[in-house]
Design a protein around this ligand. Structure first.
Ligand SMILES: Cc1cc2nc3c(=O)[nH]c(=O)nc-3n(C[C@H](O)[C@H](O)[C@H](O)COP(=O)(O)OP(=O)(O)OC[C@H]3O[C@@H](n4cnc5c(N)ncnc54)[C@H](O)[C@@H]3O)c2cc1C
Length: 456
């Protein structure tokens, strides 16, 4: 095993895991992908990552970077590859309050950064259910979204600079703190969302925003999805864009949550088909603004019910319902998961059109979803009646067909990884695929960086 011995000489034998010691990184969060890695490498510095990549390049050893391993697309699958974990590189180097930015190593856990920023009255505005495990390198590499995209944009929008170790071990230092820097091709944004296929992200400069002074959080039961979007539009108008989260949960989502999660409760006295969690944040009487608007919407019959959190415990209960999404989606099988994006004004058309198509394929089929409704991203999960790969593939293609007709995307925020490779081959513009292939060949000529991911 010369690679393993040489790697141990570079970073210390204690930081090169093999056999049972590497077993903790032999499957993804979903359990859909299992593998046996060659080893797990745990470098402690950018210099060590650089030395390891130079060794991998020289020996042609495949390398799969891994951060929190919470990805949902099979992006960390690593059969026979060296997994490069960033978990030891977890230092927040600096929080600059005056310029509102943080300089962080790639292994910093998202929640740790959020908590540290909060101590300074600031906020790192990427937030989602796995933030207690996901790390900076992972969220940059998947360009993660989450519940606050509506207000702050996705991860790419939070990044000023990156440090990247290339396939041959060279370090590309783009640790800019600038908000404007037009100096040629945007290599920072190229590496963000590349899912580890173009380089290993080792550090980043990220933006922070002032922590909101007050939150107003509510569960609302709009008449239908169009009424929900009309409500969102009005809340944005009256508040000047202070809606932070606008998340849709259908009736069966609520039922599964109540049935499966101990202590979970119905949001309303009566059941409703459309349930939306809304959170606004900012200065002033945000709560009063939300209450007035919801009362008016109730009077107009646009919403059937609403309940506003009166304290932090109630706010946390509302968030817990939303953050159970992954567990709820994975509660039943066989299942086909999707991560689609649609123009906001075509969201209800999607449901109207997709269900008859799925019914034709499999008359007993059911579905659920949770949606970042405010940004048009639906995690639509289909439960076919039979566990057959051909049926699962037909379901994916049927959903994608409707999404394509409506001008949407088959990949909103979880990345391509392994699981969306067939869709990428079928649906991505072929010229764009050629260009991506040329970039990959130029930056990773031996194809050692996360091979078999993202590019069909
Ligand atoms: C309960 C739950 C809820 C979730 N909710 C959301 C959500 O709302 N929005 C959303 O966008 N995602 C969500 N996800 C998916 C997942 O958390 C995100 O994709 C997250 O960005 C992955 O971060 P990670 O650190 O776990 O990365 P990993 O899973 O370790 O890696 C993800 C990809 O990035 C690559 N990579 C990792 N680190 C590096 C690095 N340093 N340099 C280069 N490449 C690297 C890996 O090879 C892999 O391809 C959720 C997942 C779970 C389990």
């Amino acid at each position: 095993m010369p690679f393993i011995e040489n790697a141990a000489a570079l970073i210390g034998a204690d930081h090169v895991l093999t056999g049972p010691d590497a077993a903790g990184l032999s499957q993804d969060w979903t359990g859909a992908y299992q593998w046996t890695p060659l080893c797990v490498l745990r470098p402690g510095t950018t210099g060590e990552v650089s030395a390891l990549m130079a060794l991998a390049h020289e020996t042609g050893t495949p390398v799969v970077p891994v951060s929190g391993n919470t990805g949902l697309s099979g992006g960390t699958r690593a059969d026979g590859a060296a997994m490069l974990s960033l978990d030891r590189m977890s230092r927040i180097r600096e929080i600059r309050t005056k310029t509102r930015l943080a300089i962080v190593e790639a292994g910093v856990v998202v929640e740790t950064l959020r908590n540290t920023a909060a101590e300074q009255g600031l906020m790192f505005p990427v937030s989602f259910g796995a933030q207690g495990s996901a790390r900076i390198g992972g969220i940059l590499s998947t360009n993660a979204g989450g519940s606050n995209v509506l207000r702050y944009g996705n991860t790419r929008a939070q990044v000023l600079g990156v440090e990247v170790v290339l396939a041959d071990g060279r370090v590309m230092d783009l640790m800019s703190e600038l908000h404007k820097d037009n100096t040629g091709y945007d290599l920072r944004d190229l590496v963000i969302g590349a899912e580890g296929t173009l380089g290993i992200i080792t550090a980043a400069v990220v933006k922070l925003v002032p922590a909101p002074q007050t939150h107003a959080t509510a569960m609302v039961a709009p008449r239908d999805l169009d009424a929900a979007l009309a409500l969102l539009g009005r809340l944005q108008t009256i508040s000047g864009g202070l809606v932070e989260a606008f998340e849709y949960m259908p009736r069966d989502y609520i039922e599964t949550h109540v049935a499966r999660v101990p202590g979970a409760r119905e949001p309303f006295d009566a059941p409703h088909a459309v349930n939306v969690m809304v959170e606004m944040a900012g200065p002033g009487d945000i709560g009063g603004m939300l209450e007035t608007e919801l009362a008016a919407a109730l009077e107009r019959g646009e919403i059937a019910d609403a309940t506003i959190a009166q304290n932090d415990t109630q706010r946390r209960e509302i968030w817990a319902r939303r953050e159970a999404a992954a567990e709820i989606a994975f509660a039943r099988s066989p299942r086909v998961t999707t991560d689609i994006a649609l123009p906001l004004d075509r969201l209800s058309s999607f449901f109207d059109r997709v269900r008859p198509v799925l019914g034709d394929l499999d008359p007993g089929v059911t579905d659920t979803c949770v949606a970042h409704l405010g940004d048009g991203n639906i995690h639509f999960v289909v439960y076919p009646t039979r566990d057959e790969p051909t049926l699962a593939d037909a379901v994916v293609q049927a959903v994608e067909g409707v999404v394509g007709d409506l001008g949407g995307s088959f990949s909103a925020e979880h990345g391509i990884g392994t699981s969306k490779l067939p869709s990428m081959q079928r649906l991505k513009n072929p010229v764009a695929l050629d260009v991506m292939g040329a970039i990959k060949a130029a930056m990773d000529p031996k194809g050692i960086l996360n091979p078999g991911k993202l590019l069909p």
